[in-house]
Design a protein around this ligand. Structure first.
Ligand SMILES: Cc1cc2nc3c(=O)[nH]c(=O)nc-3n(C[C@H](O)[C@H](O)[C@H](O)COP(=O)(O)OP(=O)(O)OC[C@H]3O[C@@H](n4cnc5c(N)ncnc54)[C@H](O)[C@@H]3O)c2cc1C
Length: 419
């Protein structure tokens, strides 16, 4: 089937990350022959963003993490969309150029949260989102002795892992009492924090940074308990916020990304779909209120789905369901997550090798349940069991009970039950 209709000749994609690449590829795969123009804010071609907190910090070259892009689309790097005229269907770039569209794909992702007054970019003070951030941090880490990581989410823990593997001192600060709370939940997060402590990461958990100031040898962080931390290098990994400042359509809801319907059409604006970390939509996998999924595989799946919706024109398009999933390797732990683990009522945590001092390293499986249904699974050093559970979850489909843990681990020992 070839897609070129008089009402859909010019597609503009704003973004240039995973979701944008996937949308463009899907348009091409479905035979769309109109003009596709991508306004990509960064000056580099698209790349594998997760590498920014992993290999790029330890010598991997930018060329190794580049994504291949469609040859038929017009990729304009360094073009930041600054304004939208939703009525006349025009995107204005910061450069002053204007791009008229018949359909618009918004894939602007999210950008790092930086506390007010933190002069990120000054020597020794870093955020971690792009290749340029990673290269600049890698250069500073070579000279550093003491590194403070502020924010103990997935990215912060990955950065701490790199810091320790370079044999630098590492201190981690977070207002939560555990690490990776949002990513793996507090019980598993506590076990991962224990492993990190064994590996020499000093933890200042449950503490907030009240003030950051320059000192003779780097930076001083004043904490809310009156103590302070000195560091040559500070890495701010405090989460990300969707990038919608430029999306100036009056009737759109931009309170947390772009509010979309179940097929990723942006609500309140004609001819616009959203994909990736910026899209907030009622995920058909869960069938509840709209939310965002800021993960790599989801960005790809959402990009593809948004392209399909766009080509369906005014016809009804299928509801989009995405099962969140990702993994990370740090401190000898293979962490794998499938499904949603927030908003759960109960967490059943199972130790694979009871009696080990380092529980996480011995293997742990956590089933997160809500209303009697397993909505997410976290595995640490339990790849075989994870594969079985994740497959069962996919096969069971949305909002169905999952196979019980005893079927997966016959000799399980339940560690804790959090209600
Ligand atoms: C350091 C780091 C490590 C990560 N590790 C993992 C991981 O291990 N596993 C995992 O699942 N996820 C990981 N993620 C999250 C994952 O990378 C994101 O979910 C994914 O990149 C989202 O893709 P996206 O295309 O929606 O947005 P992005 O990748 O953020 O791309 C959006 C692009 O749009 C551009 N843009 C923004 N505004 C404009 C504008 N106005 N005009 C033009 N262009 C604009 C941005 O510059 C950016 O290039 C990580 C993220 C970071 C930052």
């Amino acid at each position: 089937m070839r897609h070129r209709t008089s009402d859909l000749d010019r597609v503009v994609v704003v973004g240039g990350g995973r979701a944008a690449v996937a949308a463009v590829e899907e348009l091409e795969r479905l035979g769309f022959t109109g003009a596709v123009t991508v306004l990509a804010g960064e000056s580099r071609p698209p790349y594998h963003r997760p590498a920014c907190s992993k290999g790029l910090l330890t010598g991997q070259r930018p060329a190794d993490v580049q994504l291949s892009t469609s040859s038929s689309a017009r990729w304009l790097t360094g073009r930041v969309a600054a304004e939208l005229d939703a009525k006349r269907q025009i995107v204005y770039a910061q450069t002053g150029e204007m791009y008229v569209y018949d359909a618009l794909v918004v894939a602007t992702g999210a950008r790092p949260v930086i506390p007010d007054g933190w002069p990120v970019g000054e020597p020794g003070l870093h955020s971690l989102h792009s290749i340029d951030d990673a290269l600049s941090l890698a250069a500073d880490l070579r000279k550093a002795q003491r590194v403070a990581v502020v924010g103990a989410g997935l990215t912060g823990c990955e950065a701490a892992y790199v810091v320790r593997s370079l044999a630098r001192e590492c201190i981690m600060i977070d207002s939560n009492p555990q690490v990776m709370t949002r990513a793996v939940g507090s019980v598993t997060g506590g076990l991962i924090a224990d492993t990190m402590r064994h590996e020499g990461v000093r933890m200042r958990l449950g503490r907030r940074v009240k003030n950051l100031s320059r000192c003779r040898r780097g930076w001083r962080l004043d904490l809310d308990d009156g103590s302070h931390v000195d560091a040559d290098v500070v890495i701010a990994t405090l989460g990300e916020r969707p990038d919608t400042d430029w999306f100036t359509a009056r009737h759109a809801d931009t309170s947390d990304g772009l509010l979309c319907d179940e097929s990723l059409r942006v609500q309140g604006v004609d001819q616009v779909v959203a994909a990736g970390a910026v899209a907030r939509w009622p995920n058909a996998w869960y069938g509840d209120k709209p939310g965002r999924v800021d993960q790599w595989i989801a960005a790809m799946e959402l990009g593809q789905a948004a392209a399909r919706t766009l080509l369906s024109g005014s016809r009804a398009a299928p509801a989009v369901g995405v099962l969140p999933r990702y993994w990370s390797d740090l401190f000898g732990l293979r962490i794998q997550v499938c499904g949603r683990i927030d908003q759960t009522e109960e967490v059943a945590v199972t130790e694979l090798r009871p009696g080990r001092r380092d529980i996480a390293r011995g293997g742990v499986l956590a089933a997160h349940r809500r209303g009697g249904v397993t909505s997410g699974v976290v595995a640490v050093n339990a790849p075989r069991q994870f594969t079985t559970l994740a497959r069962a979850m996919r096969e069971a489909g949305p909002a169905r009970p999952l196979v019980s843990l005893p079927a997966v681990i016959p000799n399980q020992r339940r560690l804790s039950l959090v209600g």
